[in-house]
Design a protein around this ligand. Structure first.
Ligand SMILES: *[C@@H]1O[C@H](CO)[C@@H](O)[C@H](O)[C@H]1NC(C)=O
Ligand SMILES: *[C@@H]1O[C@H](CO)[C@@H](O)[C@H](O)[C@H]1NC(C)=O
Length: 421
């Protein structure tokens, strides 16, 4: 199977139709409370971990202090369960007064003073998934204006307790309402996840015009099986999903669960590599106060982040699914570079996978150099016909950043790279 030029043109054509708020030209990065901290509102018995302004301030402190911000992890995002159980007398959304005594505006100021951005959550429907006040169709403009006044930089709009018809009206209307506030507010839409994630129920042409990112599959849980189900769904539907991603409009396979309880280091390296090759938003959901050195190293891998943030913004694809249970993913990058991920679905022992670049869709007469993204090792002098062996651990990946170092036939330069412009 070849990643052919038409796919590339599709990616470009959606570009011109994209949401024109100028935001998220590269995949957004940051931290989101949901997967790790859920709807824990019990600040009396669990003050350290409950959804409160203290939690978000502490995460902001760590993002600013521990090297995250400089790498691009700038969003501090609140998920469900931040609100009071009722709107105020004027119908405005308000935070729970005991858990957010300073209010959201003060929290936004705090986050901004550390060079970070604040994201918040609402739900198109009668209630949020956690049972807090929802945003009904007639409340959309008021809620957009409230979060703009607070200085919030991003809105995730969930879709619990609303019908297909309400969602079809509400998501475009919120996009318009956010724009009308005059404040740059990135927009994350859960709409496709509620409609099965695929056409004809989901219109991705429309989504690229109204949302900066969208969730199209179930919530990630702290489990390897959950992670695999997402990766498999993305691969199975890549002909639909891959062309619709691009600068300003991204598929969102959900949060990184690295640093929590389920994943081994091997599996953590796999999530980071797979999310990067998918050009996915990188929202961590882990306790940055206690994260292990091993997890931090995986999340702070500079070359990995550079690849994730590649300015062309082309989502990668699974190009091979071998009988040996090795899968190969490929993402075209700027300057004729590529990211290749060799992923083992085996459960026995490190597997020696032998291949050559010609078998991985590289058709040009060039000599390549590969840098192993995790070990830093450089492999030089790879012609497309040169066979090589990578050793992939069970549950693990080998990830290469590949770039040409020499053209064998200069005259053939226009045909040089399968993804070059
Ligand atoms: C609103 O949309 C217009 C046109 O699409 C765009 O130029 C402008 O930057 C947007 N403003 C905001 C605040 O998103
Ligand atoms: C999808 O949305 C686009 C943009 O709004 C629209 O032009 C197109 O007709 C829609 N496609 C379908 C199948 O409804």
């Amino acid at each position: 199977m070849r990643l052919a030029t038409p796919i590339f043109f599709l990616a470009l054509s959606s570009f011109s139709l994209a949401l024109e708020n100028g935001l998220m030209r590269i995949p957004p990065m940051g931290w989101l409370s949901w997967e790790r901290f859920r709807c824990n509102v019990d600040c009396k018995t669990d003050p350290h971990n409950c959804i409160s302004e203290k939690l978000f301030m502490e995460m902001a402190d760590h993002l600013a202090r521990d090297g995250w911000r400089e790498l691009g992890y700038v969003y501090v995002n609140i998920d469900d369960c931040w609100m009071a159980k009722e709107r105020d007398k004027t119908g405005q959304l308000i935070p729970d007064p005991e858990r957010f005594p300073g209010g959201i505006k003060a929290l936004a100021d705090y986050v901004h003073s550390r060079g970070l951005k604040l994201g918040i959550y609402a739900d198109l429907g009668t209630h949020t998934c956690g049972g807090y006040p929802g945003t009904t169709l007639d409340q959309i403009e008021q809620d957009a204006s409230t979060i703009a006044q607070w200085g919030v930089d991003m809105l995730k709009l969930d879709g619990c307790y609303s019908s297909k018809a309400v969602q079809a009206l509400g998501y475009p209307r919120m996009s318009k309402a956010l724009n009308a506030t005059g404040h740059p507010i990135a927009f994350s839409c859960s709409w496709p996840a509620y409609q099965g994630g695929l056409p004809p129920s989901v219109n991705y042409t429309l989504l690229t015009k109204i949302c900066n990112l969208w969730r199209n599959y179930g919530d990630i849980q702290d489990s390897w099986d959950s992670l695999l189900s997402i990766v498999d769904w993305y691969s199975a539907n890549q002909d639909v999903l891959q062309p619709v991603a691009g600068p300003g409009h991204w598929n969102d396979p959900d949060m990184l669960i690295i640093g929590n309880f389920a994943l081994s280091d091997e599996e953590s390296r796999s999530q980071m590599a797979l999310w990067t090759v998918l050009a996915a938003p990188l929202f961590m959901s882990t306790d940055l106060r206690t994260i292990s050195e091993a997890s931090r190293k995986i999340l702070q891998n500079k070359l990995m982040i550079k690849i994730n943030q590649d300015p062309l913004g082309i989502q990668g694809r699974r190009i091979l699914k071998e009988k040996s249970h090795i899968e190969v993913f490929l993402r075209p990058l700027s300057h004729s570079g590529s990211a290749v991920v060799f992923f083992s679905r085996r459960t026995d022992m490190p597997y020696r996978y032998t291949t050559c670049l010609a078998l991985l869709n590289f058709t040009q007469n060039a000599v390549y150099e590969a840098q192993d993204v995790y070990t830093g090792q450089i492999i030089s002098g790879l012609k497309t016909s040169t066979f090589f062996t990578v050793i992939i651990n069970p549950y693990g990946v080998v990830m290469w950043y590949l770039y040409p170092t020499m053209y064998i036939e200069q005259s053939d330069r226009t045909k040089f790279h399968p993804f070059a412009l």
